[in-house]
Design a protein around this ligand. Structure first.
Ligand code: SF4
Length: 357
């Protein structure tokens, strides 16, 4: 496999004119498959409370807002999961704010439900999901300690945490100044611990939040360092920042299409064997072009729940996704929340292996 230095990556990310075509050609030919995947999922935002306040967030709410979801109760959760089961969903996606129990309202709601913290509650919900439905849990609970990851591995087919960026500089800007959990050190530690525990892991970068080209290259190299060491990264999401009304960064510009295309292509060059995903709902008009840059996954598509993190951007219908994929001479295929190559007792708990057999 070709190794790329930081300077070479920066040069590729700065490609212009015909060099972009040659970058796309190299990346697309490295994909090595005509199969473009998606996961049929259901999205459960267990709480809308989060200890962070990212400058681009539209998900987090405060306890003062009377419509805030403090903590979903088990009956609500399972009503949705049973519905998802009927629709043939395979992935139960549990995404929510980070360390919500640092907020009193969540702490009390957890206590009332018989749990000391969010990880214990999540473990219970994942356990019951495995017991009572055909779905496989995939959890994104934010930064975690190693013992917490170990506990959740028992009942998750895979887990995820966006690295977003390795830029410590952004911790002093509107982007992450109120988000202790976005300290790259903590995020790298979580992803690294997931590697030590052999948890199939999804991560990714958020593009256009003020990071430089050099910092994009460093972020990719950091993911590569961890994957080379532990081999646990199943998928890298390249997500574009979107300005939205009401957020602190509402007047920021989103990254250009060309920046995104180059980022996807360079990710493919560095990670020939890892899934590369660009969320189609955030790139309605341009999604197909990322397939020319080596992307091979559309991510989770839900027949019954909206994207709670980007509620203004509904997911395309499955039929539309199929047409978009086939127009590019490729074919759409469903995958599980754990990628095929990680289905082994090396990476999955006995519990998950049993469920898959
Ligand atoms: S960590 Fe996620 S949910 Fe929390 S404020 Fe940041 S973007 Fe929002």
């Amino acid at each position: 496999m070709v190794e790329y230095s930081k300077d070479e990556i920066i040069n590729l990310l700065n490609s212009k004119g015909r060099d972009i075509l040659s970058l796309l050609h190299s990346a697309e030919s490295l994909r090595g498959t005509d199969r473009i995947t998606y996961s049929k999922n259901v999205f459960l935002p267990l709480t809308e409370i989060c200890r962070n306040e990212c400058g681009y967030c539209t998900f987090k709410k405060t306890p003062e807002d009377e419509n805030t979801g403090i903590l979903m109760n088990e009956a609500e959760i399972f009503a949705i999961l049973y519905e998802a089961d009927k629709y043939g969903c395979k992935e139960a996606l549990f995404t929510f704010g980070e360390r919500p129990e640092e907020t009193d309202e969540v702490k009390i709601a957890l206590k009332d439900s018989g749990f000391l913290n969010m990880v214990d509650f999540l473990h219970h919900i994942c356990d019951e999901t495995l017991n009572n439905t055909g779905l496989l849990p995939h959890s994104n609970p934010g930064v975690l300690e190693k013992n917490e990851l170990k506990k959740l591995k028992e009942v998750n087919a895979s887990m995820g945490l966006m690295l977003e960026t390795t830029s410590k500089r952004l911790m002093k800007t509107i982007v992450h100044e109120k988000s202790p959990g976005k300290n790259p050190y903590l995020r790298i530690k979580t992803i690294e611990n997931a590697g030590k525990l052999k948890i199939p892991f999804t991560t990714g970068l958020l593009i256009g939040i003020g990071e430089t080209i050099e910092e994009r290259a460093e972020s990719l190299l950091e993911i590569k360092r961890m994957n080379d060491k532990y081999g646990h990264i199943q998928e890298i999401i390249i997500q574009n920042f979107k300005p939205k009304p009401g957020i602190p960064m509402q007047s920021w510009k989103e990254p250009s299409l060309m920046e995104m295309i180059k980022m996807v292509a360079v990710t493919r060059l560095l990670f020939p064997d890892v899934g590369v995903q660009v969320p189609p709902n955030l790139n309605k008009q341009n999604a197909q072009v990322f397939l020319l840059a080596g992307a091979d996954d559309w991510g989770g598509v839900s027949p019954i729940t909206k994207d709670h993190v980007n509620p203004e951007a509904p997911w395309p219908e499955l039929e539309d996704l199929k047409i978009m994929t086939e127009e590019m001479g490729l074919f759409l295929d469903e995958r599980l929340p754990v990628y095929d190559k990680f289905i082994s007792s090396e990476f999955l708990s006995h519990r998950i292996m049993e469920k898959l057999n």
